[in-house]
Design a protein around this ligand. Sequence first.
Ligand SMILES: [Zn+2]
Length: 385
Amino acid sequence: MTDRLYFTDAYLTAFEGTVESVEGTRVRLNKTAFYPTSGGQQFDLGTLGGVRVVEVIDEDAGIMHLLESAPSFAVGATVKGAVDWKRRFDHMQQHTGQHLLSALFEDLLKAKTASVHFGADSATVDIEVESVTRTEAIRIETRANQIVAENRAVSVAFEDAATASGLRKPSDRTGEIRIVSIAEIDRSACGGTHVRATGEIGGVLIRKLEKYKKQTRVEFICGARAIARARADYEALTGIAAVLSTGIDEVPTLVASQNESLRAMESEKRKLVESLAAYRAREHYDATAPSAADVRWIVVSAAPEELRALATAITSLPKAAFIGSCESPNTIVFAASEDSGLNAGALLKPALAAHGGRGGGNQKVAQGTAPDATALRAIVAILTG
Ligand SMILES: [Zn+2]
């Protein structure tokens, strides 16, 4: 089995190991400082014998390093390994932050952690409680940052699973287990990498709270990530504030009131479109002579949204029929007022079917589309007879 150097020293980034197996780009050593993906924490990157490590996997035989290309070294060689510290330290900050948050959710809300996930942008803990209020989350975030400021020791110890006491979650392992402790608040069995004191976690920022399968998924970020996120949020807010010619603290109120007036304007616009359509419908109606059956057949080409408004307006005029078409896209709207003796839906459907069109509607208004302009004109011709 590979000797896991990160178990006793998470800060070790340069090491030497003896090659035990090489299969193509897969390399196993007698010992390594590379962390393999496990327990929700992502693998390390870096180099082995100068070749880039692209993935690290925990296998039965030991820790397997996947290299970018087949190495020139062979079994028995001593190779130098270098772990990408920026990525590793980021993982250590997020992971230790998670221990702290899980401990606080349990202590302050009596909610246990069901699972954790560390992503490239943010991490989540799933808490066994149906909901977490913003106030509760802020309380926990505040407490977490107090403990960060207290710079409490984070230590690693190896104990026998049978006798290890005070663990936050009983370990299902037997024999020796690795216990990570945050002074006076947490003792958890864990194989991950952690910072040595809470001060190194940096700021702890709770973000989204989401209901998830009768649990609550808490998204959080720590340390440099929290700063980068706060910077990105600030830039975005500043951009919005500049457009609105206001300060960032005024943005929420201003956006809410602008949204309200936008809704009012949209409703006003809808009313104007309707009254304009009624006016135009009357114009077309007056300019059209009644047929032998005393129905005025109004035939119009216009934009689709205008057709719909005109059709509705015409159905309220006496003894009127409306055929509106548009060639981009190929659309037809057929409408008939109640006293016209016509059924718009029943008349349009077979005309559409005869030329490969689709659509339908009720007695007063029906709408359809045609496969092309020629078919559209043919459908209009059927209806106008
Ligand atoms: Zn851990």
